[in-house]
Design a protein around this ligand. Structure first.
Ligand SMILES: Nc1ncnc2c1ncn2[C@@H]1O[C@H](COP(=O)(O)OP(=O)(O)OP(=O)(O)O)[C@@H](O)[C@H]1O
Length: 680
């Protein structure tokens, strides 16, 4: 069994727009179908899920792709849980099919009735003897109610993780089962809010108990279909009094589900099931020995962007959970009565996963087999450490990372070899001095190796943060997404820089090497591959750097970006760009006198105009590093600028900065003043 595939399945369903006006300002875009990648324009963030269902998807496709294959596990004696999560009014109840089934139009039939139909159909067709029972409960205001008992107003006690006295009704046909679903729905707490006229005010749990016999042995599985109440903001729902209190309890329950998901995804030893009623009673369902499908329902409306991001973050966390029901069942069978240790001990033939990346990083450090540099030279090769766990690690990491590691290993090997060759020079010294000489060379070598490894690691961290889980996105999909922002036509950036080059990753499709996917964690990881040669020497003394700075003047002819960045200190001497930020900035924004001296010969531009043009060039073509040299531009703003010009338009004048989301007049004024620009 392939362990790597055994994750909780996470699908996202986007609610259709009610009017076309909203559609033009959608904050969600599916930029690739295989693998399914969703772009949240608001935060320039991409997510990869098992399925992403667009607005126009029908109920049948959702069921077939997200749920149908797993219902069979219930018949094999496993537990399977489907739960719908999301903001209020995004279609959870509609998707689950826990709303009234009175509509005769089968197009709208949701997951619950379809799953019941599948179970009964297969039982009928194969003449298997199976007993199917149903329970339906709700968690309302932190209390559990039995929905199959009419007019039942008294809550059921929860002891440990079980609801006491919950009724289980035996059903013989799909019609009887759907009737119970109807009865339960009619008893469920619903209310009207500004966001949903028929808002579920409780979490609904519909459970199908399936028992059959196989060779005289009883097999029982459970199918849990959970329609969670929607997360809501009192300001948006306009809830008051009772409804407000319901909202508080709903959010509390959802928060604790989020904490359980986080704990499961990080393989924490403590899973906080007892924090709320819903997590207590879902303890048996939200567990790694169950098959789980999460359907995150989201709205693509711009005004709902923050709730949508919250739902997607939740779904993304859930995606990290690994559940291995078959392995756990095997373990329980082989070790009856022995409780499962946490984290789950896997059979020795199956490798551990968690520390894979770290271990591998360590392995990338070369082991130089020979102490004698002369023999190294003769040997001309380096052996890389391959610890006994290497194979395990190789098997458990994602293929994309593995491929990257191979490339990295090959490139490192080549680099080390050339560094070693260059550091070894024929020695004319006596045998006594020879030893000193090799020590001296070794320290240089160490510096070089440290420099290369550090850079490769930074690059690796960047690659890892950029959706390493996704395989290359198809060219046409990426272009489609890109053009979406340009009213259907290719933009300058696309034509200028991508040319005919195939688009390979999410980054490529926006031509931004440092496209921030996820939060920009620190500046040091934003290293573009081409910067590898520009790493500062570790042993360069400050005095040397400063003296080099003084020889570093702006050329009169500098107009292109490269020349300009060189004038700022980057391109001139690749080896010595580690001078302090203050020095760099003082070069970036030159004093007026220098500008006058250096203004382009024969040009009528005033020093201010030429300075503004240079800043404009940086805004339009500068890398993240270049942009950060300007006052008031930090790494996040730099990324925002890069993204803006890639997705929307270039900057024709400095004023265009005001078009950036979040740029107030005050912020713009500060930028203009501190960078000594004059207003356009
Ligand atoms: N994909 C869809 N196609 C057609 N109608 C939809 C779709 N999704 C939702 N709706 C409609 O939107 C309305 C709100 O949906 P629903 O009640 O399922 O939301 P919800 O997420 O369950 O909300 P709450 O959390 O408040 O209960 C319903 O009228 C439903 O029919």
């Amino acid at each position: 069994m392939d362990l790597r595939k055994d994750r909780i399945k996470v699908s996202v369903r986007i609610k259709p727009f009610l009017n076309c006006q909203d559609a033009s300002t959608a904050c969600l875009h599916i930029i690739s179908k295989e693998p399914p990648v969703l772009l949240v324009a608001e935060r320039a963030q991409t997510y990869v899920f098992d399925n992403i269902f667009p607005e126009d998807v029908n109920q049948e496709s959702v069921y077939v792709d997200a749920v149908k294959p797993f219902v069979d596990y219930v018949k094999k004696g496993f537990n399977y849980t489907v739960f719908a999560y999301g903001q209020t009014g995004t279609g959870k109840t509609y998707t689950m099919g826990s709303a009234s089934q009175k509509s005769k139009d089968s197009v709208h039939t949701g997951i619950i009735p379809r799953a019941l139909k599948q179970l009964f159909e297969e039982v009928d067709n194969s003449n298997i003897e199976a007993k199917i029972s149903i329970s339906f409960s709700e968690v309302y205001n932190e209390k559990v109610f039995d929905l199959l008992l009419k007019n039942n107003k008294s809550p059921l006690p929860v002891i440990g993780f079980t609801v006491q006295g919950l009724s289980k009704k035996h059903v013989k046909s799909v019609f009887e089962a759907i009737e119970l679903l109807e009865t339960g729905n009619s008893n469920r707490h619903v209310g009207e809010t500004k966001q949903n006229l028929n808002s579920s005010r409780s979490h609904g749990i519909f459970t199908v108990y399936y028992t059959t016999k196989n060779g005289g042995k009883e097999i029982s599985g459970e199918l849990n279909l959970v329609d969670l109440a929607g997360s809501e903001r009192a300001r948006k729902t306009g809830s008051r009094g009772n409804t407000f209190q319901e909202g508080v309890n709903i959010n509390k329950g959802l928060l604790s589900i989020g904490q359980v998901i986080s704990a499961l995804s990080t393989k924490s030893t403590h899973i906080p099931y007892r924090q709320s009623t819903i997590t207590s009673i879902l303890q048996a369902s939200l567990n790694v020995d169950n098959y789980i499908t999460l359907i995150a329902c989201v709205s693509a409306k711009m005004e709902d962007a923050s709730e949508t991001l919250q739902t997607l973050d939740f779904a993304h966390r859930a995606k990290k959970i690994r559940c291995n029901p078959e392995i756990i069942a095997k373990y329980k069978k082989e070790n009856p009565g022995i409780p499962l240790s946490t984290p789950l001990k896997r059979p020795s033939s199956t490798p551990f996963r968690t520390p894979a990346v770290k271990q591998h990083k360590m392995q990338l450090l070369p082991v130089i087999n020979n102490d004698n540099s002369h023999s190294l030279k003769n040997q001309g090769s380096i052996t890389f450490s391959t610890s006994s766990s290497s194979d395990d690690v190789q098997q458990t990491i994602s293929p994309v990372i593995r491929k990257y590691m191979h490339q990295m290993e090959a490139s490192l090997k080549g680099r080390f070899e050339s560094v070693i060759k260059n550091s070894i020079r024929p020695t004319r010294s006596s045998p006594r001095n020879k030893e000193n000489m090799s020590i001296l060379e070794w320290s240089t070598l160490q510096n070089e190796i440290a420099r290369i490894v550090r850079k490769e690691m930074a690059q690796f961290t960047l690659e890892k943060s950029v959706m390493v889980t996704s395989s290359p996105i198809r060219d046409d999909e990426a272009l489609k997404a890109r053009r979406l922002f340009n009213n259907g036509s290719p933009d300058d950036a696309e034509q200028e820089t991508l040319g005919n080059k195939p688009l390979e990753t999410v980054q490529d499709c926006f031509k931004v090497p440092e496209l921030p996917v996820g939060k920009c964690k620190s500046k040091k990881i934003l290293v573009s591959p081409t910067d590898i040669e520009t790493v500062p020497r570790i042993d360069t003394r400050r005095s040397l750097r400063l003296s080099l700075k003084n020889t570093n003047q702006i050329s009169d002819q500098d107009t292109s970006l490269n020349e300009f960045t060189r004038s700022l200190g980057d391109g001139d001497s690749h080896k010595y760009n580690s001078r302090r930020r203050s020095v760099r900035i003082s070069k970036a924004v030159e004093p007026l006198s220098t500008l006058k001296r250096n203004s382009v010969k024969g040009s009528n531009d005033s020093p201010f105009t030429s300075h503004s043009k240079k800043v404009l060039t940086i805004l339009n073509k500068g890398t993240s590093k270049d942009l950060e040299k300007l006052h008031t531009i930090g790494c996040k703003t730099a990324d925002q600028i890069i993204l803006f010009r890639a997705l929307k338009s270039r900057f024709n004048k400095i004023d265009d900065l005001l078009k950036l989301p979040g740029w107030s007049q005050k912020k713009y004024d500060r930028f203009v003043n501190l960078n000594l620009l004059h207003r356009d």
